[in-house]
Write a protein that binds this ligand. Structure first.
Ligand code: NAD
Length: 479
């Protein structure tokens, strides 16, 4: 199979192609067009040409097309989920039941929202001020390889619904599901040039895209290092930067420990641990630490690792051999830094079943739990982005807040306690864009999603998406 760029409604061939492989088997899934500055320039030109007519259409018409695309995604959930699972190793239970259906929701939600954009008025005795919101123009939308279909639609839906046009660049490690999105967008009747997709590497395709003078806004999801590079090279543009994380999951002794245990297991091991909001630093109050650590490791040992297309699998393969090597390097580092390995490790543990036939060369790693972790260790400070949990003891509320904030990142956070005052105090004190109290990460499309510190700038979701996809203008009328 060959995947082409989508430029001005046409499938555009490339002089070179790269392969995308199934991380469970290493089998080649497709050859993908390998773009560069020429394809980026053509895609931006198409998006620029399509912008005036698209922005000028009534919001109700754009909304109808967004809904149609949402319906087409819903119709094709099993097919898209299978493609996504084969391309990324994310399990079918996640892609089929959560991630692809949520992608359809993104279109339905922003279809509604774009018809509700209103302004503000600031009357004074001498002037009537009011604000208008206009689309920005051509937007560069850049997605990472984890949950790529959901992330791409989380950007494409508000971008297009609000009247902008887009050039979407997927990660070179997971391009397949977005290629299908491009086809479905045309089928839905979205005019040519409104959504363009250019495939390729960050260097050859991403760099010319973000630095293109006709690109007015960048919505980027990816690593902190790349986000930093883009901000430096892109020049004056609107930005939304959704970057890495190393989120604290704080469990006080007075928490509902059974629910906290379930949520802690879910937040580090679901999505293969390749989740930006993973609760990867699990801070546990010292009086319950030993008991919790033992129960947590028992649960981790029972997690099924294997074929991502099997409904019962919880952890599939890591996205690439390079990423597997990175995750393994942290598993190797943990004991050297003084952490205690409770389960998992570099090789398949004796309690874990063998991998399915044909998947022996897959990028698999077993759920790994480190206890006695000091927050200053590298395994606690750096984003591993795999199924590796660090259990860190703390003494009291002040100690928990100190450890939670002793990190470069600030994406998500989780607090578990039955003491309502303490829950609110810690939620307010923790340096993060999001805090979930007695809950795992539950997304509401209206909430501001994003992080602080090294986890990014800007927020998306609900009216927060105005920040990147709409330009406010104040009009002052003399009375
Ligand atoms: P990455 O930064 O390596 O790549 C992300 C995207 O940027 C890819 O499409 C890549 O090709 C492109 N890119 C690379 N260099 C570029 C450049 N110089 N200019 C323009 N584009 C460039 O990230 P990744 O490894 O694909 O994804 C994992 C990271 O994403 C993790 O750090 C994770 O925490 C983060 N992430 C964050 C969120 C969030 O919402 N905050 C969500 C998912 C993932």
């Amino acid at each position: 199979m060959r995947i082409q760029h989508l430029i001005d409604g046409q499938a555009v061939e490339s002089s070179t192609y790269f392969e995308t492989v199934n991380p469970a088997t290493q089998a080649v899934l497709a050859e993908v067009a390998d773009g560069g500055a020429a394809e980026v320039n053509a895609a931006v030109a198409a998006a620029k040409a399509a912008f005036p007519a698209w922005a000028g259409r009534p919001a109700t018409e754009r909304a109808a097309l967004m809904r149609k695309l949402g319906e087409l995604i819903t119709k094709h959930v099993p097919e898209i989920a299978r493609t996504e699972t084969q391309d990324t190793g994310q399990t079918i239970s996640q892609t089929g039941k959560q991630l692809v259906p949520r992608a359809a929701d993104n279109f339905h939600y922003f279809a509604e929202m774009c018809t509700r954009v209103d302004g503000h008025t600031y009357p004074t005795p001498t002037h009537l001020n009011y604000t208008l919101f206009a689309p920005v123009g051509v937007c560069a939308l850049i997605s990472p390889w984890n949950v790529p279909f959901m992330t791409a639609t989380w950007k494409v839906a508000p971008c297009l619904a609000f009247g902008n046009t887009a050039v979407l660049k997927m990660s070179e490690l997971s391009p397949l599901s977005a290629a299908r999105l491009g086809e479905l967008a045309l089928e839905a009747g979205i005019p040519k040039g409104v959504l363009n997709i250019v495939h390729g590497t960050g260097k050859a395709t991403g760099e010319p895209l973000v630095s293109h003078p006709d690109v007015r806004a960048i919505s980027f999801t990816g690593s902190t290092a790349t986000g930093d590079r883009i901000v430096r090279s892109a020049g004056l543009k609107k930005f939304s930067m959704e970057l890495g994380g190393k989120s604290p999951f704080v469990i006080f002794a007075d928490a509902d420990l059974s629910r906290a245990l379930d949520a802690a297991v879910f937040m580090i091991f679901s999505n293969n641990g390749e989740r930006c909001t993973a609760g990867s630093r699990i801070l546990v109050q010292r009086s319950i630490y030993q008991d919790f650590a033992q129960k947590f490791a028992e649960r981790a040992k029972r997690i099924s690792v294997g074929d991502p297309l099997a409904e019962s699998t919880i952890i599939g393969p890591m996205i690439s051999q390079a990423h597997l090597a990175k995750v393994r390097s942290y598993i190797e580092l943990g004991p050297k830094e003084g952490a205690t390995l409770l389960c998992g490790g570099l090789d398949r543990p004796s309690y874990a079943p063998a991998l399915p036939a044909g998947m022996e060369k897959g990028n698999f790693v077993w759920p790994t739990v480190f206890a006695d972790v000091d927050n200053r260790m590298k395994i606690a400070q750096e984003e591993i982005f795999g199924p590796v949990a660090c259990l860190i003891p703390f003494d009291d509320e002040a100690d928990a807040i100190r450890i939670a904030n002793d990190i470069a990142y600030g994406l998500s956070s989780y607090v578990w306690t039955e003491n309502i005052g303490k829950a609110h105090r810690v939620a307010a004190a923790v340096e993060a864009g999001m805090c979930f109290v007695n809950s795992q990460n539950v997304r509401d499309l209206r909430q501001p999603f994003g992080g602080t510190k090294a986890s990014g700038t800007g927020r998306e979701g609900g009216t927060w998406s105005y920040e990147v996809f709409l330009e406010p203008k104040n009009v002052a009328v003399s009375l």
